[in-house]
Design a binder for this molecule. Sequence first.
Ligand SMILES: [Zn+2]
Length: 236
Amino acid sequence: MELAWAAIGLAAGAAIGAALRGTVFRLSVSAGDPPRTSCPCCVGPVPRWLALRCRCCRSRLGTPLVLELATGAVLALLLGRFGVQPDMVAFCYLGAVGVSLAAIDISVHRLPDALTLPAYPVLIVLLALAALTGHHAGALVRSLAGCVVLAAAYLVLGLLRPGQLGGGDIKLAGLAGLALGWLGWPVLLAGAALGFVLSAVVSLGLLAARRITLRSQICFGPFLLGGALLAALAIG
Ligand SMILES: [Zn+2]
């Protein structure tokens, strides 16, 4: 663990989480609804960036600090584990977008295209730059293959169990596949499996605590991302 880089990751992640707060607020809407642009209290306009409080009535927009601390923790873990390498820009980018996606999925059970789709070209360009600077052409090819394989696996699972996995999960699986494929096939396999293990463990816990029933649908995005992060940190 490189503590200095972990501290830098924590600080940078907290700042990035604060910057993404406006995006998370705007996109935390039900499927088909337009992005939220006004404060729920006074209907004043919500700033696009650094939307911590409404500028009109000063009410808080979302739970304070959660997004900042979660993004900071993810970037601290990634930079602390891997240090500074060309591919860390791509991984930190996916880490920050992933925390925002998980936050939206937990609050409204959606993984909006407005975040997942633009992340594909950005992540591919960042990984291609890392491949060029680090002479990792093989890793880039494996990354693209990992994207196709994981998205296809989720598509099949979604078709087999309709209602359990949605289109957003399939698109997110492709993004996770890009990152996990870059790190290697064993990491991709472990990341995919860990997502389901985490989901099962948490679901059993919530069932035992009577917080959900067997008919409840729980969001899968945070588990998919959590499994990918755990696999990357443990064996990446
Ligand atoms: Zn307001």
